[in-house]
Design a protein around this ligand. Structure first.
Ligand SMILES: Cc1ncc(COP(=O)(O)O)c(C=O)c1O
Length: 443
């Protein structure tokens, strides 16, 4: 790995813009994970592992000892710190990104029968929240390289079904910054303005991601982040809704906790009146202080975690770019502007030396004790959506093409240099040596 990183310093990586020169990982002990080094045949590389330290443990212990476990001062602190980190007016903590997306659609006024543009190449949460509102998702194909939705694909949908605009049914779009790669937000915002639709960003993968120098979280009407266990920072389960709009923030604060007109913490803090009112049939989406305690310390490490994941991405680019049939992620942003939540590669069986396909690749990696994952089986293939909206694979040619080839390699901040090397060596061995060019046999 040392050699590979040194080579990458010379910037001989194709298709990737570099902005600043950063010290390689082996010269920076603070970037090395404290994970125990494993060797030999018991080596196992997880697909993803959270990185939690003594700070998180101490803060959670303090909460447990305080006697106040649910939403309170830790949550307020996490929200304040998060708003500052992203550079947004309001950051509102909730118990998942799914809740944040649901609250977001409620706050922009999505109602029964409305339509919302949703990528097909995403996790089901992006679409299900539209159904929570009794509205209907209109599924959008993805780009072949970034796997995000593009303005051109959206324009084609609007051109093919003009009733979306003429009957005023299309109310919002949910761009997903897939794997941490930013969508083309300027063009999406322009389209949304022209057509009077709201933009609720699904940034479950995108902390910290920048788009043209601006932090994701500051761009659309609403942005929703996830702190699920495998995300770039974690609170176990959790999410954050960001907005610069005071009215949206007011509505979300009410709806995240039963429709109560004031926070529980407000009601029970010293000297406050017991009285409260219910002004809407809200939800139970607040973030407990146990989770927020973790978030406070995870957030402080968000940039360090991103640097670590970026190092791993650089090592993969450097060491895997010459393998026939293995397509590495193409990115339209600087390495340091990408959160590197996912490292999604494509396997083109026709171009690999031995004709190995994606599923065979996954099986072989599993046999070698290396975790991988498919992000995503597109939503148009899921029974509920396929049947309800009469969706067919040929309606989403790009997502289909990507889905049949994609597999995510392990990339997480706690990953050791040895683990990265182990993944690289095994992929090289698997795709260049073991899988012979004449037959699908392993040696
Ligand atoms: C793209 C996307 N959106 C939304 C979510 C939902 O996040 P959460 O588990 O915090 O609800 C996920 C979770 O993995 C996701 O990948």
């Amino acid at each position: 790995m040392e050699k590979q990183v040194r080579r990458s310093k010379k910037g001989r990586r194709s298709g990737v813009k570099r902005r600043k020169k950063i010290e390689p990982i082996y010269k920076r002990p603070e970037l090395r994970s404290g994970l125990e080094r494993r060797s030999g045949k018991d080596r196992r590389v997880q697909f993803s592992n959270p990185e939690c330290g003594d700070d998180e443990i101490q803060e959670i212990t303090d909460v447990l000892k305080s006697g106040w476990l649910t939403t309170a001062s830790r949550c307020s602190m996490f929200e304040k710190d998060f708003a500052k980190f992203v550079g947004v007016k309001h950051a509102l903590a909730v118990n998942s990104a799914t809740s944040a997306l649901h609250l977001g659609l409620d706050a922009v006024g999505i109602a029964e029968g409305d339509k919302v543009l949703v990528p097909t190449f995403t996790f089901t949460a992006t679409a299900e929240v539209v159904r929570y509102m009794k509205a209907d998702p209109v599924f959008v194909d993805c780009d072949l390289e970034t796997f995000c939705i593009t303005p051109t694909i959206i324009e084609n949908i609007l051109a093919n079904d003009q009733s979306l605009i003429t009957d005023n049914s299309l109310k919002a779009i949910i761009p997903v910054h897939l794997g941490g790669h930013p969508c083309d937000m300027d063009a999406i915002l322009e389209l949304s303005k022209e057509n009077n639709i709201k933009v609720v960003e699904d940034a479950a993968h995108a902390l910290p991601t920048k788009y043209n120098g601006r932090m994701i979280g500051t761009i659309g009407d609403i942005t929703c982040f996830s702190f699920y266990a495998n995300k770039t920072i974690t609170t176990g389960e959790g999410g954050m809704l960001c907005t610069n709009d005071d009215n949206i923030a007011r509505r979300v604060k009410i709806m995240r906790l039963h429709g109560i007109n004031r926070d529980v913490w407000d009601r029970f803090s010293n000297g406050a009146s017991w009285e409260y009112d219910i002004v809407a049939p809200g939800f139970k989406y607040n973030m407990p202080d146990i989770n927020a305690a973790m978030g406070i310390h995870q957030l402080r490490k968000a940039e360090l975690f991103q640097e670590k994941r970026q190092r791993i991405a650089e090592a993969y680019y450097e060491s895997l770019r010459d393998i026939p049939g293995l397509i590495l992620p193409k990115i339209n942003c600087a390495m340091e502007d990408h959160s590197w939540y996912l490292f999604n590669v494509l396997i083109e069986p026709d171009k690999t030396l031995g004709g190995i396909n994606r599923d065979e690749f996954i099986n072989e990696m599993t046999r070698r004790n290396i975790g991988t994952s498919v992000h995503y089986k597109p939503i148009h293939r899921m029974t509920y959506y396929r049947d309800r909206y009469k969706l067919k694979p040929e309606m989403f040619p790009n997502a289909e093409w990507v889905y049949q080839r994609c597999v995510c390699l392990p990339i997480f901040s706690a990953m050791t240099d040895e683990e990265v090397d182990y993944v690289i060596q095994n992929i090289r061995e698997l795709m260049l040596i073991s899988f012979t060019s004449n037959a699908k046999t392993y040696i």
